[in-house]
Design a protein around this ligand. Structure first.
Ligand SMILES: *Cc1c(COP(=O)(O)O)cnc(C)c1O
Length: 708
């Protein structure tokens, strides 16, 4: 080999390592194909992790593999595409919000759901934050994410033979995932400190590169910390309320200090949910130390913060007792020369009520220049819910608006789906995901025929069913059952396939469809027009009611009458989500209204031709237009939840029997469901351009980040 060649190979290898540590590859199928081709089994066993693949591939092997000209060409093409993506200057942001380049956005979130190989999220809030950063990168918005590094992540779920959820916490090896330690010029970790009670806790940080965006994950697992402080950041939402408040101090106060340490000067601090709201207190401290009066300091903080609230469920808002605050905040308050009675009112609806605990949402509302809910309906519910925080006589005057959530469409597409749109929409479509004109083309049967759409749907349904069979095979092997005897009985590629996957919070009512059992049984077992359903989801480790829901559904899946027609997949994660949302015909959503602030899983299905069937709550309240999916019930509601469950269950059966099933099975002589495909087209043209994070992030930029 010549020197020139070796140098070139070394250069490609260095660039490959850099690529693996930028999760841009998670929404770039051609980049994933490279890692898959390098080490197929490792790719699958590592949960599709490019860093793990490269760790298992020696430089010697890489040099040899790159001698394959065809492979080397594809690698270089991806690397060039990556370099182009990273250095592009003609982005949406340069055009619409160039001011942000002077002072970037800091986006604080307790969790980020980015990819299945990074288990540092628990559910929708994290996935939303992850999708937010990916779109910020695609749009060229200068943004820094801040969160915690959870060494044991969120738990892994397994289902015991009796259907009970069991949790385990495998530890994460940072050397094996796409993160990098943040170090200074001499290679030492950059550290910062927070005061917790009377102690000082030191932390370092890990960086995740999300395209052009950086997320910092703070980590207290350091030798100089006391043992119980090393564990502050061990688990996602782990421990009791003491752990929670300590995590929130590290996130909010520590996060600001860390950004200062590395020289990031944000123009706006975005609090994703109330968890990071202590950041306002740190900003207050900085300003008071800088010589401002308390009033001036508060005004400065208020002018630099924005806040998004995510839930109307009262228990979803962190509240800490006065005693807890007194104890945990002691060191911090000392550094601020303040006593607790000067701070408590900021976290109370009624500042003068000594009994009222300290609420993080109230703190965030009081110290932000703008606040928003995550759907039109949730904005309205939040104005009512928090009207007492503001001295106004009507909820309409409460300064809480809304930005409806979205999903990062590219990241949720399977390769098959991406190829489909590439074939039909031309090469530039990925830059115009939020442009209704691009998607309006889908209504044109000349451009895409019913036959092509139906072929696409059949292929995606088949992909999902084979995925489910592979998953269940390993489940049965674990349980010692011979899978081969039952394999072909599990799901049918010709049957209307419904999906339900999300956290098993009880308000989401996973078992609602089974409420009138005999009636729904007749739908599953119909000879000509049957249905089948796939479930997945985790219950919070301390939520026994949620675990009972899982157990109930696992029971149906084992019931001989329903066997193979109802399935439950264990250990729901982003990978299972991606398979489910792409393969199902119908996505079922049955929250107790109005508790689903937005919901995002239903938004993921439209690019794949799935159809939503949902209670008119959250995003679906504004997404549904009568032609682009199905509504369960209407806007009405009764007081008692039990009664409402019964009404909603009856309405669900009604819409399945009268609309969903007949329309899906209404075929012409060539076997094509024309009316169903018409509804798919309506779903695609109306929902895809609206309910995506490109639209959402641009709304945040124009309405909230820019202080114009
Ligand atoms: C999208 C997603 C969610 C959010 O689902 P909702 O129906 O909005 O609650 C939760 N978990 C995972 C893994 C997801 O991909």
């Amino acid at each position: 080999m010549t020197n020139g060649y070796i140098k070139e190979a070394e250069n490609i290898i260095a660039r490959l390592h850099k690529l693996a540590r930028n999760i841009w590859w998670t929404w770039t199928p051609r980049a994933q194909d490279i890692f898959l081709e390098l080490a197929e089994q490792k790719w699958h066993t590592s949960n599709h992790n490019a860093v793990a693949v490269l760790n298992s591939t020696s430089d010697q092997e890489l040099r040899a593999r790159l001698c394959d000209r065809d492979f080397a060409e594809r690698v270089v093409k991806v690397l060039d595409e990556f370099d182009y993506y990273m250095s592009r200057e003609d982005t949406w942001c340069t055009k619409h919000a160039p001011e942000l380049f002077e002072n970037p956005v800091a986006y604080f979130s307790m969790e980020f759901g980015l990819h299945e190989c990074l288990p540092i999220y628990s559910g929708g809030l994290g996935v939303l934050a992850g999708d937010h950063t990916k779109s910020a990168s695609d749009l060229g918005v200068p943004l820094y994410g801040v969160s915690l590094f959870y060494r044991y992540g969120y738990f892994k779920q397994s289902i015991q033979p009796d259907g009970w959820q069991q949790e385990s916490y495998p530890s994460i090896n940072p050397g094996e995932i796409p993160v990098e330690l943040v170090v200074d010029e001499s290679g030492e970790p950059v550290t910062a400190e927070v005061e917790i009670a009377h102690n000082t806790v030191t932390f370092h940080a890990w960086r995740i590169n999300v395209g052009r965006v950086t997320i910092y994950l703070l980590d207290t697992d350091r030798a100089e910390n006391e043992l119980h402080h090393r564990d502050i950041t061990a688990h996602v939402y782990g421990g009791d309320s003491t752990t929670r408040i300590m995590q929130e101090i590290v996130l909010g106060i520590g996060g600001v200090r860390f950004l200062r340490k590395i020289g990031v000067e944000p123009g706006v601090f975005h609090m994703n949910e109330g968890h990071p709201a202590f950041l306002t207190l740190e900003l207050l401290r900085e300003n008071i130390k800088g010589g401002k009066s308390r009033e001036e300091a508060e005004a400065w903080v208020k002018n630099h913060c924005v806040f998004t609230t995510h839930t109307p469920v009262p228990a979803g808002h962190d509240r800490f007792s006065r005693d807890m605050m007194e104890y945990i905040m002691a060191g911090f308050l000392k550094s601020l020369d303040m006593n607790l009675s000067e701070i408590m009112p900021l976290g109370r609806v009624n500042p003068d009520d000594p009994e009222e605990p300290f609420c993080m949402t109230v703190l965030a509302l009081k110290l932000s220049r703008a606040a928003n809910g995550v759907s039109e309906l949730h904005g309205r519910v939040s104005r009512e819910m928090w009207k007492d925080v503001f001295n106004v006589d009507s909820p309409d005057k409460v300064p809480i608006g809304h930005v409806t959530n979205g999903v990062h469409s590219l990241g949720w597409m399977t390769n098959r789906t991406r190829d489909f749109w590439q074939r039909h929409l031309g090469s530039k479509w990925i830059y115009y995901l939020k442009n209704p004109i691009i998607w309006e083309q889908v209504s044109d049967p000349e451009l895409i025929s019913d036959e092509e759409i139906w072929a696409f749907r059949y292929a995606l349904r088949r992909d999902l069913i084979e995925f489910v069979r592979r998953k269940l095979k390993s489940y049965y092997q674990k349980q010692g059952t011979d899978f081969h005897q039952v394999a072909d009985k599990i799901l049918s590629p010709d049957v209307l396939t419904i999906g339900f996957a999300r956290r098993f919070a009880t308000y989401k009512r996973a078992p609602l469809i089974f409420r009138f059992f005999d009636e729904v049984l007749s739908l599953f077992t119909d000879d000509k027009r049957p249905i089948q359903i796939i479930f997945a989801g985790k219950a919070h480790p301390r939520d026994d009611a949620g675990k009972r829901y899982i157990q109930e559904i696992v029971g149906y899946a084992k019931n001989p009458l329903l066997f193979g027609k109802v399935v439950f997949l264990e250990n729901y994660d982003i990978n299972i989500a991606r398979h489910m949302i792409s393969g199902v015909d119908v996505w079922l959503n049955t929250p107790r209204r109005p508790l689903e602030a937005s919901g995002t899983s239903g938004m993921k299905i439209s690019v794949h031709g799935g159809i939503n069937c949902s209670i008119l709550d959250g995003w679906w309240r504004e997404g549904y237009d009568g032609t682009n999916g199905f509504a369960i019930g209407d806007d009405g509601g009764v007081e008692e939840p039990e009664k409402q469950d019964e009404i909603d269950a009856a309405n669900l059966l009604k819409v399945l029997k009268e609309h969903v099933i007949p329309e899906f099975y209404d075929r012409d002589e060539t076997g094509i469901p024309r009316r169903w495909i018409q509804r798919m087209r309506r779903s695609m043209t109306s929902l895809i351009p609206m309910f995506n994070t490109d639209r959402m992030v641009s709304d945040y930029v124009l309405k909230y980040y820019l202080d114009r």
